[in-house]
Structures are given as structure tokens and as C-alpha cells.
Design a protein around this ligand. Sequence first.
Ligand SMILES: Cc1cc2nc3c(=O)[nH]c(=O)nc-3n(C[C@H](O)[C@H](O)[C@H](O)COP(=O)(O)OP(=O)(O)OC[C@H]3O[C@@H](n4cnc5c(N)ncnc54)[C@H](O)[C@@H]3O)c2cc1C
Length: 274
Amino acid sequence: MKPAPFAFHRPSSLADALGLLAAGEARPLAGGQSLVPMLNLRLTPVDALVELRAVPELRGAEEMPDGAVYGALVTHAAFEDGLVPDVTRGLMRHVAGRIAYRAVRNRGTIGGALALADPAADWLTTVVALDAEIGIVGVAGERWVKAEDFVLGPYFTILEPTELLTAVKVRRLPDTTRWGTYKVAVKAGEYAESLVIALIDTARNEGRIALGALDGAPLLLPQSAAAACAGTGGAALAEIVRAELAGSGRDLAPAAITLHATAVTRAIAEAVRP
Ligand SMILES: Cc1cc2nc3c(=O)[nH]c(=O)nc-3n(C[C@H](O)[C@H](O)[C@H](O)COP(=O)(O)OP(=O)(O)OC[C@H]3O[C@@H](n4cnc5c(N)ncnc54)[C@H](O)[C@@H]3O)c2cc1C
């Protein structure tokens, strides 16, 4: 199937891109890895596309002493290949390398993935675990929001139709922070059925665990993180994780609790392995 007809714009500045979005029913286009299939299947009515790849303000990455800012157009492949600085001790590079397959990673962008807000997407859970900030710009100006406040639900964010996600700000992980990940997927490169990013820092007694592939935004598990930082493991940790999931308020059937609890404990185990 082919998409319904639409106008196509290719602005070369952020101001022009925002002007086009403000002018009417237009959708931003980044890597096209999700939007183009939706257009082809006619799942998304679009009058006009605003292609972002010639907008210089959305490209590249900048490293600072305390972290890095990644432009919305940085591709998964650029993270995977180390073409942008990694302030997360290899976590972002690892995450990028297991998104879909290489052809998708070559074009898919971190900004597009976050704006889409697929609950099973890798970047969404990762940036929540990293306590990253997301830059948003519209005609009214720029704002930065915490990643956990950016997502409201499945495919639902605080972005207005006339706004663009511009960048992701990630703080540098301390040398003492260890990370672990666990992704349950039908096969390599597929979207996750459970997805966990665990950051454990026993020296600082700080931990942050985010669970994705749920019915809504990624879920933070502070009790499980605190237990892991305190050195709790084995059956005692598994019980704490299960209890936190059961009391999370999410609609989780017993089988889902088992699946996600297993993923959480395995991600923690990877983070704290000697
Ligand atoms: C076969 C396949 C397998 C995949 N598997 C995975 C997987 O395992 N894990 C995973 O995380 N992802 C997966 N993906 C998705 C992939 O990561 C895409 O790159 C991502 O979902 C969208 O990024 P994009 O740059 O292509 O965005 P686009 O498709 O261009 O846009 C996606 C949406 O975001 C909006 N948008 C794009 N950029 C901006 C911006 N800067 N500001 C505001 N709105 C914007 C668009 O309007 C659109 O609504 C898969 C995709 C495919 C095709």
C-alpha cells in the first residue's frame, strides 16, 4: 500500500521547522523508521511532513564535564559506533546496538524513538533510568523536562503537535555506578516484552531501576533499587521485586509479574556481578 498524498517540507533551520509546524497539520519526520510504515499502512493521516534531517540545531552531540547533550537526530548507529561521546560507561552504546537491526539503526533517531513513546522502545526506559532531561522547543520557547515526566502513556507524551523534541541531556555516571540490562524479546532485534535498565551504586548507596514494555510509561522501582544497593540478593531480593511490582498500581497479571520480576533480578545481577 502507498501513503495518501501529503505535502513535503525540508526546512534548514529550527525556526523554519517550527514555523511549518505552527502553520497547520504537519508531522515531523526524523529517521522515518516508524512514521513511514504507519503512512504506508495509512494508520496516520498526515497533510504535510516536515523533514528534520537538514536542521543543524538537532544534530550532533556535545560533551561537558558533568554529562552530554545529544541532538534529537543522533541515530542509534551513531551511539552504537561510538561516534558520539558516551557518558554512561557504555550503557547507551550497549542499548543502541540491540535496537532492531542495523538498517533501522542507521536511520532511526533517539529523538524519533522518544517522541513516538512506544512503551517497549529501548531509549524510553533507558533515559528514565538515567534520569535524563528532554529538551522541547515550540514557538513559545524552550523547556527541559525530566524524562519520567515526558511520557504520559503508550504513544502519548507531553509534546504539543507544534513542538519538537530537540535534545536529550544525560548526566555523567560516576565511576562507582554499575549498570545491568535485561531485555525479553521473541528474537534478537525485536521490541521488548520486558525491558529493564538497572543502575546500582553500592558505594554511594544510590540505585535507579526502570522497567519498560508495560501498559504505560516506564516504571521506576525504588524499593528494589534500595534493596540491591544494600546488598540484598537471591530469594529475598526476588520477593521485594515481586511485591513492588504487585503494589505498583499497574495492571499486571501474575504471569506478567513473574516475567518482569525475572527480568529485574537478572538486570540487577548483571549490574552487581563481581
Ligand atoms: C523492524 C523494526 C524493528 C524495531 N525494533 C525496535 C526495538 O527493538 N527497539 C526500539 O526501541 N525501537 C525499535 N524500532 C523503532 C526504531 O527505533 C525507530 O527508529 C524509532 O521508533 C523512531 O525513530 P525515527 O527517527 O525513525 O522516527 P520517525 O519514524 O521519523 O518518527 C517517529 C515519530 O516521532 C515523531 N518525531 C520524530 N522526531 C521528532 C522530533 N525531533 N520532535 C518531535 N517529534 C518527532 C514523528 O512525527 C513520529 O510521530 C523498530 C523499528 C522497526 C521498523
